[in-house]
Every structure is written in structure tokens, then in C-alpha cells.
Design a protein around this ligand. Sequence first.
Ligand code: CTP
Ligand code: MG
Length: 232
Amino acid sequence: SNFFALIPAAGSGSRMNSEVPKQYLALNNKPMIYHSINMLYHNQLIKSIFIVLASDDCDWIKYDWSEFSSKLIVLTCGGATRADSVLNGLTTAKLKGLIDTSDWILVHDAARPCLTSTLLEKLINELTQDEVGGLLAVPVSDTLKRSNLKSRVMQTESRENIWQAQTPQMFRYELLTKALQNAEKLHITDDASAIEALGFFPKLILSDTYNFKVTYPKDLALAELIIQQRIN
Ligand code: CTP
Ligand code: MG
């Protein structure tokens, strides 16, 4: 079986409050999504990278992607939610005969530009022989409070065995597609939750907090700093 990457990039970035969707905001003189593509492109095991855009995307074509053309496949079939975008991308790629049911799919957020080759290789190495698949994640470090609606602490939760999910999340086409179809009425925000809903146990691969998701405006400066510090 082969390895493919799929980048859902059909979100509008509502929490970012910017004119253009956040995946196109400049980070180190490149659109944010460039950094995810660049990292996946340079991994020798990854055969192609599917980019799932919104059907009304008008930013993608403003950039020159020719340096990645040997691996890039652009699909304009984004859906209403991240899960819809991933499922539409998988279905379209399969219909085009580009992937096989047993292939591994690495789903990676366009909004996670600080992924490193080390983490990517670690994920692949630790999961290739796995029955289910899994994801990069980090154990939470802060103390956890459960509140009522008035922001009063009701309880302090144990942080033992609590992780923050990141991407890439790596599952085989067949299981992931089945899981996302089954999860269509659930409110999931990552791929692993769909797999869990089928009764499987995705493996957590220890990652780094640097691989965070750019969500709010203040996250941009931090992401830029992390990327710059690697180059210099
Ligand atoms: N995404 C997608 N299709 C959607 C929603 C999200 O492909 N309908 C993608 C985003 O483009 C992003 C990733 O899923 O790369 C993670 O989603 P998130 O960080 O929530 O991005 P947005 O949905 O764009 O942001 P927000 O939730 O603030 O609107
Ligand atoms: Mg969102």
C-alpha cells in the first residue's frame, strides 16, 4: 500500500477574523498552507498530496505551486465541515482512481504550518505496522477546570492520560472513509473521533506543542517565530 497526504483547506477561518481564509495568510513570506505542503512534499514515502479547497476558493490560483507539481492534486470539493471536506476529498480521489482502499492517508490541517520532518517520520514509522492507525498528540500540561455557565469552577479534572490531538492523523482509506460516513451526524472535529465512534482505538504518537493549530490572530506571530527559528 502507498502513503498519501490530504490537506483539508476549505475552512473560512472565522476565529481568525481576516479578509482571506487563514490558510492563505502570509507566514514567513509564504501563504500558511505552503509550509504544510512543503513538509509533506519532501517526505519520500508520500506519493501525492490532495488539497481539498472550497468550491468558491479564489486565493489558491494567486500563487505559483509549480515546485510541488509532481505530487500536488487539487480537488475543489470542500464541504460544510472539516469532516465533510476530508470525506469529499477521499471519495473524489478514489473515484478518479488515484488511491486504493488499503492505502494510508495522512490528513493534515492547512492551519498547522509548524509540522517538522522528524514528527512526520515518527508518525509514519510508528504506525505503518499498526492495525488501526493514529495521530500526533501532546499530553496537556495545564491544570484542567470544569466550569458552570458563569465561569465558576465546578471541579478540577485530572490531567492524567489527557492529550491534545494534532495532525497528521493517519488511517487507511477504507477505515477512514467508513468512519467519516458513519460520523456524519456526530459533531466531530478530527478524524480520530470518527474512528473511535466505530469502536477502534487510534494510537497516540508523542508530538511537540510547536505543531499547534493557528486559530486566532495572535497565533500568527508565534507560528512565524517557530518557522524562522528553524531556518536561521
Ligand atoms: N476545514 C475544511 N473544511 C471546512 C472547515 C475546515 O477543510 N468546512 C479545514 C481548515 O481549512 C483547516 C482545518 O480544516 O485547515 C482545521 O479547521 P479549523 O482550524 O477549524 O479552520 P477553520 O474552520 O477555517 O477556522 P474556524 O473554525 O475558526 O472558522
Ligand atoms: Mg473550523
